[in-house]
Design a protein around this ligand. Structure first.
Ligand code: ADP
Length: 421
């Protein structure tokens, strides 16, 4: 099959949050970023833009209250236009969209109908989807006529069977209000599952993978024959693993206890569970895994407890996904923690020896230092399942989906198989 991406230009990838906008100019053929940057503190008194181009770092302050539109204008006028060739190279805009509900099972070209559908999902992602819509509007003004593609965090998980996504609640809550498991981090899980299949020398449809995306947000997915069949995040990103500041799974009775007995209002409960819990809440020190590892090594008991709970809960999820998949080819670690923390990997895996996991100490430590030609397989040769460490690259998936769609392939888009630089 001819490479449909051979003549693609660059894709400007936008990830719009409520007060931030990450941007990157990506070559869809290899994932290389010629430009990457962040608009931050948007809507506040001193919004900033920082960016990296050709290895050089730059930053600027925007006018008070500037939002997504101003950042995109700045990117066009002060960054891309200043590098004329780059602006001409932009062939599409790829938007990361957090929630596509049940409406999107793959990436799509944005039109009025898609915008309405993203609006319909605002109730499911009240902080993110409105910001994405602002980003789409701003990009439409800045790049009139250029195709825009939406890539949904939830899309990869749309293959989950009902037994995985229906909560044990009155069924009308699903039918009337869409309350079900949707899952997030789909773009990352999809990317690493593809890479894992390539590393294992198998077709995507021939591998079963457990993918653990461990960053500030963390989720795990059971992937059968290349398709997501279960994942730990639910209606919202709060469910599942212990995260930097989110609680993950808790007894729902705690919410009633907080509200009824301790007089917390809804906003206070939301702040507690989303921003004050997880590693930060347990340790009373930090949400940052690296800082906690250092503190634990120096004897900080809260830090040690937080890390132990993180590993314990993750190991329980991995073991439960063996029941989901019945046969597992590989466990993949990705995200800032998964890619970098040999301590977390080792302490999770030592609980899972009974399932056949055998970590290789040397390979595991080498990954930690990001050595040249880093070893992706950190398990012993005798380990079954294998244990892989794969740096995620969501921007590349977004760029590649966008390029494939503008090149005329509107079918579900597989993630790239070739390794990036
Ligand atoms: P986000 O979800 O915000 O994208 P990242 O994927 O960047 O988060 O992951 C951030 C997490 O990765 C932090 O907890 C950070 O401490 C952790 N991390 C990064 N490098 C290391 C390291 N060398 N050792 C342990 N943890 C690390």
């Amino acid at each position: 099959m001819p490479d449909k991406l051979a003549n693609s230009g660059q894709v400007l990838v936008l990830n719009c949050g409520s007060s931030s906008l990450k941007f990157a100019l990506i070559d869809p053929r290899n994932g290389n970023a010629s430009l990457s940057g962040l608009g931050d503190a948007l809507g506040h008194s001193a919004p900033t833009v920082s960016w990296k181009i050709g290895g050089d770092k730059h930053s600027a302050t925007l006018k008070e209250g500037a939002k997504h539109t101003e950042v995109i204008e700045f990117v066009v006028t002060n960054i891309l236009a200043a590098q004329g060739a780059l602006l001409q190279d932009v062939s599409a805009i790829g938007h990361r969209i957090v929630h596509g509900g049940e409406k999107f099972s793959h990436s799509v070209r944005i039109n009025d109908q898609v915008i309405r559908a993203i609006q319909d999902c605002v109730a499911l992602a009240p902080l993110h989807n409105p910001a994405h819509l602002q980003g789409i509007e701003a990009a439409t003004k800045a790049f009139p006529g250029l195709p825009q593609i939406a890539v949904f965090d939830t899309a990869f998980h749309q293959t989950m069977p009902r037994q995985a996504y229906i909560y044990a609640l009155p069924y009308e809550l699903y039918e009337e209000h869409g309350i079900r498991r949707y899952g997030m981090h789909g773009t990352s899980h999809r990317f690493v599952a593809e890479r894992a299949a390539a590393i294992l020398g198998k077709a995507r449809a021939d591998v079963n993978i457990i993918s653990a995306h461990l960053g500030n947000g963390a989720s795990i997915a059971a992937i059968q024959a290349g398709k997501s069949v279960d994942t730990s995040m639910g209606l919202t990103p709060m469910e599942g693993l212990v995260m930097g500041t989110r609680c993950g799974d808790i007894d729902p009775g705690i919410l009633l206890h907080l509200g009824v007995r301790l007089d917390y209002c809804a906003k206070e409960i939301n702040d507690l569970l989303n921003k004050k819990s997880g590693l930060l809440g347990i340790s009373q020190l930090s949400n940052d895994c690296r800082a906690l590892e250092q503190a634990a090594a120096e004897g900080h008991r809260g830090a040690q407890l937080a890390l132990d709970i993180f590993c314990y809960r993750l190991a329980k999820y991995i073991a439960s996904y063996h029941a989901v998949l019945s046969m597992v080819d590989a466990l993949v670690f990705t995200g800032g923690i998964g890619e970098n923390s040999s301590w977390i990997r080792e302490n999770v895996l030592k609980r899972l020896r009974g399932l056949g996991y055998q970590i290789n100490q040397v390979r595991n430590l080498e990954m930690r230092f990001g050595a040249e030609g880093a070893i992706e397989d950190v398990s012993d040769d005798s380990s079954s399942p294998k244990v892989l460490v794969i740096p995620t690259n969501e921007e590349w998936v977004i760029a590649r989906d966008a390029a494939q769609i503008i090149n005329g392939d509107d079918s579900p888009v597989p993630a790239p198989l070739a390794g990036g630089d």
